[in-house]
Write a protein that binds this ligand. Structure first.
Ligand SMILES: Nc1ncnc2c1ncn2[C@@H]1O[C@H](COP(=O)(O)OP(=O)(O)OP(=O)(O)O)[C@@H](O)[C@H]1O
Ligand SMILES: [Mg+2]
Length: 297
């Protein structure tokens, strides 16, 4: 076992956590986690990739759906050159499985859904193409991470609320906090029933961040009746920019950095949390996304 993996496994063990993987609790269905934010540019794509890599260290099989058209998208971060995307699947040009690219470190990626609105305005034929392929991949992954676009457009909300869990990313800036609050308000009014996780990124002062986090979590509980669970804080650190520039994950470039330890800790916390509701799986996710009636469990 390498150093990363043993560090993380120790963390999970020391915190009396269980590693939930498909061989244990989620025999059939994958956990589907949308990585979302109120404001753009707060680090969703960076966190998606580095968290995915840390989860790999816990033997989790990971599938990333990149619905982001931002600058540092998943393809760029991983140095991938994908042939297909979800639009090809909807058109019936390839199956979902064929569209999944296996990137470095065993990460599976469905890339570049350019324009979520297109996905939501699909014909019955498109839906058929998509859903026939879904069962084929259902059993293969422990965790499916959706890197979503920023903000609270209807399409982002649809994508986000179709997931079983949401990992909300915010930074300690007032604008990010305000926009995150608007987003969770929308989630609350859309009657979102899933789990809400929080990662605070670009932290310079732990003390300041803790105050902000407490206030945010308490306000959400008090006014929106939403329970938010903090997974961790990531420092503001130039090695993140270096990692993007070099298209190398943080754990490769700086395995002993604090940033890397934080990603491992967040991964450990995530797998240690048993979702209250059983995951409904990817089929249910896509059904929900395209506005169909959710199939029975
Ligand atoms: N912890 C950090 N420390 C320093 N810089 C960071 C950190 N996290 C992210 N960044 C920087 O912020 C920029 C935006 O990050 P990223 O592209 O991951 O955000 P995003 O939320 O996915 O953006 P978008 O909303 O456009 O999709 C990156 O170029 C990266 O350089
Ligand atoms: Mg992004």
């Amino acid at each position: 076992m390498n150093n990363q993996a043993s560090k993380l496994k120790d963390y999970v063990k020391n915190n009396n956590m269980e590693i939930n993987n498909k061989h244990k609790f989620h025999k059939d269905n994958s956990r589907i986690i949308a990585v979302s934010s109120g404001k753009g540019g707060v680090g969703k794509s960076t966190i998606t990739v580095n968290l995915a890599l840390a989860l790999r260290e816990l033997d989790q099989d990971i599938f990333i759906i990149d619905s982001d058209i931002g600058m540092a998208n998943i393809d760029v971060l991983l140095g991938l050159n994908s042939k297909y995307d979800l639009n090809h699947v909807l058109e019936g040009i390839c199956t979902l499985k064929q569209a999944v690219e296996t990137g470095p470190y065993g990460l599976n990626v469905l890339s570049g859904i350019s324009g979520l609105d297109d996905v939501l305005n699909v014909s019955n034929d498109n839906i058929k193409h998509l859903l026939t392929g879904v069962s084929e991949i259902e059993k293969e992954y422990d965790v499916i991470l959706l890197d979503t676009g920023a903000g609270a457009s209807q399409s982002v909300i649809n994508f986000t609320t179709a997931a079983d869990e949401i990992l909300l990313v915010l930074t300690p800036e007032p604008t990010s906090i305000m926009d995150s609050y608007s987003l969770i308000k929308l989630l609350s009014s859309s009657n979102y029933q899933g789990k809400l996780h929080l990662v605070v990124n670009r932290v310079n002062s732990n003390q300041e961040a803790d105050k902000i986090i407490n206030r945010f979590i308490n306000t959400a509980r008090e006014y929106l009746n939403l329970d938010i669970e903090l997974l961790g804080k990531i420092p503001d650190d130039h090695i993140i920019q270096e990692s993007i520039k070099k298209q190398q994950p943080v754990f490769k470039l700086h395995p002993d950095s604090q940033v890397n330890d934080k990603f491992l800790e967040i991964a450990g916390n995530l797998v240690g949390i048993e979702p209250e509701l059983p995951s409904r799986g990817i089929k249910s996710f896509f059904y929900k996304l395209v506005g169909q009636i959710t199939p029975g469990r």
